[in-house]
Design a protein around this ligand. Structure first.
Ligand code: ARG
Length: 428
């Protein structure tokens, strides 16, 4: 009897191995969103080998050994891309404890939780724009090694900001100082200083450079929108990044800072809250992407007082949130390029999809919002050859939702199926 059981288990194991090695998959898609043409196709087949898409169409011969995934009752679309996350952490419930009782080691220990939640929400790729202690790089590498589960990460390492900026520690005693290696704070000043900081970030693994062109909301400086670097400093950051083959993203709420960053040649303006007519025209001329976190106002105003954030910060949010959405709509209507980015980590990771509703409420069509989170996002990051649409030759980054998101955009808040690089991570 023992022998029979062990023989059966061996056969099952062998069959399992064979199934794992048989790397051909067919997805039957009831509806498929073609983000390149903006069309919804019906009854499509997607042939996948290993990690890549080989063929897409309604008339594909299904190989005998192919594993079939039946999504014929679902709408299938490319894996979503969030161009602005802080995937390594989120507020823990006490503003001061987060700042003073935690080190990057605490952050590193829990970062994998957020990475998994993000992937399971249908986001197969993120551009992560600022993390303390190089935790983003460790997280990216562990995911790429297959040690932990998460999206593909394009990481910025530390946020580059001037003394007293959104990236600095403000509002506390001048005698307080964190003891960290030079470069790790991201605080840099002057043309030479910012060039050196860009080199530090690249040396430590940055895929993209992020800097603070203007003040911010969730930091204790007085202003939200005032520039925090000179034009010369911004030019230096962008040109140094370019020399190392990196694109640049500028945190910018204020109208003046947005224009300075666009003139410096950034690939994207983050937030863009107070952009004016001239800024919108400049962004169009330069082909600069707007990445605007139009969901966050909702979460900050309902939750941040409870999380212990100072009133000063809540008041800044009240000043900026509504204007940001109105100006987002103006930019959309003027034809500024839009990429999806949510500042995830401001709200709980995994809720990224909630922003679609707000983007469509403020000017974008459902297809436009989906394109912002797929093909446009891939273009901004510089990975259009690899991902961002369901096309032969690209990585098999594929998700599915129960309803057609073109009719029901909030269906993207409940992703039912997730495949990244040909591997299924969720199949409800
Ligand atoms: N990280 C950004 C900042 O602190 C968050 C802004 C959130 N508010 C908003 N309305 N989008 O400046």
């Amino acid at each position: 009897m023992r022998k029979i059981i062990s023989t059966i288990s061996f056969l099952l194991f062998a069959a399992f191995c064979f199934a794992q090695n048989n790397n051909t998959t067919i997805i039957k898609a009831g509806k498929l969103i073609d983000v390149e043409t903006g069309k919804v196709l019906t009854n499509q087949l997607i042939l996948i080998r290993h990690d890549s898409i080989v063929q897409v169409g309604s008339n594909i011969a299904i190989p005998k050994d192919a594993k079939v995934i039946d999504l014929s009752k679902y709408t299938v679309l490319p894996g979503l891309i969030d161009c602005h996350t802080h995937i390594t952490g989120q507020p823990g419930g006490d503003y001061y404890a987060d700042i003073f009782r935690k080190t990057p080691v605490d952050v590193a220990v829990t970062a994998h939780i957020y990475a998994k939640k993000t992937l399971e929400a249908g986001f197969t790729t993120v551009r992560d724009l600022g993390s303390a202690g190089l935790v983003d790089i460790a997280l990216r590498n562990a995911i790429n090694n297959g040690d932990i589960v998460g999206p593909n990460i394009y990481a910025a390492t530390v946020f580059i900001g001037s003394t007293g900026s959104h990236g600095d520690l403000n509002g506390f005693s001048a005698y307080l100082q964190f003891n960290m290696p030079k470069g790790m704070s991201g605080v840099a000043n002057g043309v030479e200083g910012v060039r050196e900081q860009v080199r530090y970030n690249v040396k430590n693994g940055a895929d993209v450079i992020k800097f603070g062109a203007s003040a911010g909301v969730l930091s204790e400086e007085e202003s939200v929108g005032a520039p925090q670097y000179t034009q010369e400093e911004m030019n230096a950051i962008v040109s140094e990044a370019k020399m190392w083959g990196r694109k640049t993203a500028a945190h910018a709420h204020g109208a003046e800072a947005i224009k300075m960053a666009v003139k410096a040649g950034v690939a994207s303006v983050e937030h863009g809250s107070l952009v004016d007519e001239e800024g919108i025209q400049l962004m169009k001329e330069h082909g600069t992407y707007l990445v605007s976190d139009v969901y966050d106002d909702e979460y900050i105003l309902s939750e941040y007082a409870k999380l212990g954030f100072p009133e000063k910060i809540i008041n800044k949010e009240k000043m900026v949130g509504k204007l940001q959405r109105e100006n987002f709509q103006k930019a959309v209507e003027a034809g500024v390029k839009i990429a999806f980015g949510t500042d995830a980590g401001v709200y709980p990771h995994g809720w990224n999809g909630k922003q679609f509703k707000w983007m469509t409420r403020f000017g974008l069509s459902p297809m436009g919002a989906i394109q912002a989170a797929t093909i446009n996002a891939a273009d901004l990051i510089g990975i259009k050859e690899k991902t961002g649409s369901i096309k032969a030759g690209k990585k098999a980054d594929i998700i599915a939702v129960a309803a057609n998101p073109i009719d029901e955009i909030t269906s993207l808040e409940n992703v039912q199926f997730v495949m990244k690089n040909g591997v299924v991570y969720k199949n409800n």
